[in-house]
Write a protein that binds this ligand. Sequence first.
Ligand SMILES: [Zn+2]
Length: 320
Amino acid sequence: MYFSVKLEQKAINSNSLENKSEKIWQNLIFLYLCTAHDQLLLNSPRVEIYSKGRWLSGAMGFFVKSFSMKKLATLQVGNQLFTFDLSQPYDLSLPIRDGSENPNCYGAENPVFETIRAKNFIGSVALGGSCNYQKITLTPHGNGTHTECYGHISAEKATINTLHKDFFALAQLITLTPQPHNEDKVIFWEQIEPLLLKHLPLEALIIRTLPNELSKKTRNYNQTNPPYLDSKIGEKLAERNILHLLVDLPSVDKEIDGGKLAMHKAFWQYPHAIRHTATITELIFVENHIPDGIYLLNLQIISLETDASPSKPIIFPISQ
Ligand SMILES: [Zn+2]
């Protein structure tokens, strides 16, 4: 699938400013931009400036950043265009801290941040060292937001750093309540299907589960049989070519499932027709004020040559 990202920046409408003197000052900046724009870098982002009742175009100098900017990106997926507001990022990742103030699952030890000490050196400025220098020990699957590739369930080595190159994706965020099912709580395809915007070439699906309590950010999920996804969801998302699935649960599968990993396998179509570049991201957190809808997803990882990496999914809303 082809897509391109085009960056544009728009200055705020100067007519909306309440303070008149500030408005005059900004109009002066605008005029300076207009007269000076030929001398500015031609490769800098295009900027459109509203001044004296009309839009002016020009290149952007560094001084333009001194006032409030709206930064827009237009994404082309297939033959459809979407414009997103890059100045409104929503970070879906959880911070990873030293110690127990993190979510935890699958018996992972807490992350450890250790100050490195050598003969004549201590890696702490607070303790008299010349710089801060720490060793960090963590477990990607068990300590927080992480993105994994099919290497998580394969005997052959497959690494997230090699396979994940699709850093921007058209994503839909939906919110669901896991349904009681025997002793479990499960999300079913029948809940997702009616919410999916089928006319859009979606590449990623983000699921926020209810209740969406702040305690999820530091929850110990061990032996709690958390909610999970029915494996039919994996089949259906693969059919629709949705490559990235993001959830706020510790796993898309049941905590103790006898090693079946049915949802992981269905999503990656493993082993019969592996979707090599598909990813699953677990332990995200979507704040309650972020509305369901369409977003530009930027999914970044650490360049680790292993099956999973701590990750930083950021979403940007459609421009209003
Ligand atoms: Zn995982």
